[in-house]
Every structure is written in structure tokens, then in C-alpha cells.
Ligand binder design. Structure first.
Ligand code: CP
Ligand code: NVA
Length: 305
């Protein structure tokens, strides 16, 4: 594991290694306080962020290193300097780069032109750090990931892609309900189906939220209009009518089903305030685990830099 740009290249063993390391860091954080002493993580942001920015910055400090917040607007990439040059220059100063970008290809270019680990802090295509923190949270809550069913209801977006990829790797059944115009990308679905054949995960794609959440252990949703899609909000609100996670929809899931959302959430759009604030909701545990899981990711990628 040299970078964390997507879940797909990771083996199930890599994912479990991240989870066991994160569990140890969460249990005894002080043991790791000098683990990345003297290392610097550059954090490039082309989009807004609360959780990713703060958890990476606090995380690298807690490991003994330094985090540099680099707004894309202030870097020369905002004025047209190529990613290939940026990658080679930053590799001379930093020990790792975390980047939140629109175009996923920019992460691949950072990794291929640079010589240091690159971590995807969200792109239009995927959000692997969030998905890893989410399955770590499910593992904590349920005690095991075996024979679980995760239902995703809503937009077939970056979040859905990473959740699907990780479920397929981990042997978790994954059902996704999306309006037909907002399905996940075909190549990601077929790659996940290939992985699922090896792990026994069942993948169900439907346009019916009730079918997706039937007997699910987890119901997950995300916003209907992601960052960069704000101008489509109204059109999307119409298309996603019937895809709101409500108490009625949750009633079709398993009796001890938990509700998850990567946040930020839009109450009364993709989820009712009632479900988000209910005892079934574990959204703030998910948010906390971003910190522990990303510390594990930074440690595993940057300790030998
Ligand atoms: N879930 C998530 O990535 O949140 P931010 O956009 O606040 O980083
Ligand atoms: N799909 C959302 C996730 C935010 C964490 C977005 O890309 O805006």
C-alpha cells in the first residue's frame, strides 16, 4: 500500500490492517504520539471541509507531525501551474499529501508525478477515508462484519462508490437504491461484482428503497447534491422524491438497524431530522472514527518516508 486513492487496489488484508491499527491507536493514542515525529503532511483543498480538514490536521499533530493546510486557491495550481510540477515540487518538501479535489485524475497525477504517498480526501469519484471509517464504525458497533447487509439509499455518488467497493472487499452484502438517472458508475459496479465473487458479498441494485433496506443492518444515505452540483439542487430534489430515509423506511430494516450518514446532512431532504437524531443514528461515531482511522492510514503510509 503506497497511496490511498481508492479502495479498489487494497486487499481485504490491507483493510483489516488499517482497522486493527486504528483500534490500537484509538485504545492507546499516547503510544503513537511520536510515531510520525518530524513528518509533514500537506493538505490540499479545492472544496470546503469540516471533518476531513480537522481530523487530518489534528491527527497528524497527535502523531507528532505537522499538517499544512493548502487552499487550492492560494496555491499556484489555482493559477494554472500543472499538477505534474506541483507534485514534483511538493515531494521535495513533504512526507505525504492529502488532497480533496473535483477531478479524480488529479489524485492519480499527484501520485504518479510525485514520490510521496497521496491520500484521497474526497474526489468527485470516491471518498475512501470516509468509507473505511464507516466500516470500522460498523465493526465496532456490531462486533463483526460477517453476514451484514448495508443498504445505501440515494445518489450513486462518490460516497456510494467507496462504500460499495469496500463492502465487496469485506464480504458485506450491499444493496443500493438509486433513481435510474443517478446510478453508480458501471465500471465501479462491475469491478465490485468481480471482488464480490471472491468474498461472497451479494450486490443488489434497485430503484426501490424499500427493497434495498429490507432486513438491512445499516441504512446509509448522503446528500442529493454533492459539492459542485449546487446548481442542480432543485432538479435533484424532484428526482430523489421517494428516496428520503424516514422512520417508515427504517421500519423495513432489521429491528436493530443503525442509521449512517457521512455528514454534512440536509435534514428533511435525504433524511428526516427524526431519524438523524434518533437512537439508531451513529453519525457522530462515524465522524469521530475519521480521526482514528486516518491516523492509522497516515502511520502506515508515512512511517517509512
Ligand atoms: N464527511 C466529510 O468528508 O465531511 P467534510 O466535508 O466536512 O470533510
Ligand atoms: N457526496 C458529498 C460528500 C461530502 C462529504 C459531496 O461530495 O459533497
Amino acid at each position: 500500500m503506497k497511496h490511498l486513492i481508492d479502495i479498489h487496489p487494497l486487499s481485504p488484508q490491507d483493510i483489516w490492517h488499517i482497522f486493527h491499527t486504528a483500534a490500537e491507536i484509538k485504545r492507546a493514542p499516547l503510544k503513537f504520539r511520536n510515531a510520525l515525529s518530524g513528518k509533514t503532511l500537506g493538505m490540499i483543498f479545492q472544496k470546503a471541509s469540516t471533518r476531513t480538514r480537522v481530523s487530518f490536521e489534528v491527527g497528524i499533530y497527535q502523531l507528532g507531525g505537522i499538517g499544512l493546510y493548502l487552499s487550492a486557491n492560494d496555491l499556484q495550481i489555482g493559477r494554472g501551474e500543472p499538477i505534474s510540477d506541483t507534485a514534483r515540487v511538493l515531494s521535495r518538501y513533504l512526507d505525504g499529501i492529502m488532497a480533496r479535489v473535483f477531478d479524480h485524475q488529479q489524485l492519480i497525477d499527484l501520485a504518479s508525478f510525485g514520490s510521496i504517498p497521496v491520500i484521497n480526501g474526497l474526489s468527485d469519484l470516491s471518498h475512501p477515508c470516509q468509507a473505511l471509517a464507516d466500516y470500522f464504525t460498523i465493526w465496532e458497533k456490531k462486533g463483526s462484519l460477517e453476514r451484514l447487509k448495508v443498504a445505501y439509499v440515494g445518489d450513486g455518488n462518490n460516497m456510494a462508490h467507496s462504500l460499495l467497493e469496500a463492502a465487496a472487499k469485506l464480504g458485506i452484502h450491499f444493496a443500493s437504491a438509486n433513481p435510474s438517472a443517478y446510478r453508480m458508475k458501471d465500471d465501479i459496479v462491475s469491478a465490485a461484482r468481480g471482488e464480490a465473487e471472491k468474498t461472497g458479498a451479494q450486490i443488489t441494485l434497485t430503484q426501490d428503497p424499500v427493497e434495498a433496506v429490507k432486513d438491512a443492518d445499516i441504512v446509509y444515505t448522503d446528500v442529493w447534491a454533492s459539492m459542485g452540483q449546487e446548481s442542480e439542487s432543485e432538479k435533484r430534489r424532484m428526482a430523489f422524491r421517494g428516496f428520503q430515509v424516514s422512520r417508515e423506511l427504517m421500519n423495513h430494516a432489521s429491528p436493530d438497524c443503525r442509521f449512517m450518514h457521512c455528514l454534512p446532512a440536509h435534514r428533511e431532504e435525504e433524511v428526516t431530522g427524526e431519524v438523524l437524531e434518533s437512537d439508531r443514528s451513529i453519525v457522530f461515531d462515524q465522524a469521530e472514527n475519521r480521526l482514528h482511522v486516518q491516523k492509522a492510514i497516515m502511520l502506515l503510509l508515512m512511517q517509512n518516508q
